[in-house]
Design a protein around this ligand. Structure first.
Ligand code: FES
Ligand code: FES
Length: 190
């Protein structure tokens, strides 16, 4: 489904100031046009080039970031709508301790070809594992994963290693069986 003109905003020149949390840091931006998308603001104002522009009509998932922990298409989200919210991009996942476990799983499973889709894939996967209960059987959880990720396209068609990377965490024991599987114990918190 493509984004509407309304969700992309109108270019009447009106401007605003935005304050939000970006990768754990408070950010204030002045002089942002109401019509500017989150994708534009992240790349053009904040030099966060991990977020990719591709279809720009909410079809491919390359521009996926998390807003309050939920995946959104930044190409069809107005920057003004994240005022007061929490935004996480792929740049916000790794810590001094190393890559986020989902990023590490992509590396370990050779799940990257040209790499263009990977930041969006990783952000969707992080959202999936953060909400995955681990209560269902593995087959059901894999089916849920496929459904959850069906808005992320890979033009290199590297879906099998990508799914293998994400399910490598689902395959492992889930600790007390309650929340996320043990392999994905570092939840997205920034
Ligand atoms: S660039 Fe946003 S969904 Fe394709
Ligand atoms: S790795 Fe090239 S588009 Fe997915």
């Amino acid at each position: 489904m493509g984004c509407s003109d309304q969700s992309r905003g109108s270019s009447d020149g009106r401007r605003t100031t935005l304050t939000f949390t970006l990768n754990g840091e408070r950010v204030e931006l002045e002089d942002v046009e109401y019509s500017q998308t989150l994708l534009e603001v992240l790349r053009d104002f904040l030099d966060l080039f991990g977020v990719k522009a591709s279809c720009e009509v909410q079809v491919c998932g390359a521009c996926t970031v998390l807003v309050d922990g939920a995946p959104v298409s930044s190409c069809c989200t107005l920057a003004a709508d994240v005022d007061g919210h929490r935004v996480t991009t792929v740049e916000g996942l790794a810590t001094e301790a190393g890559l986020h476990p989902v990023q590490q799983a992509f590396v370990d499973n050779f799940a990257v070809q040209c790499g263009y889709c990977i930041p969006g894939m990783v952000m969707s996967a992080v959202a999936f594992v953060a909400e995955e209960s681990g209560e269902a059987d593995l087959h059901t959880r894999k089916e849920r994963l496929r459904e959850f990720m069906n808005g992320n396209y890979c033009r290199c068609t590297g879906y099998e290693p990508i799914l293998r990377a994400i399910t490598s965490g689902l395959d492992r024991p889930s600790g007390n069986g309650a929340k996320a599987p043990a392999a994905w114990s570092r939840e997205e918190t920034s």
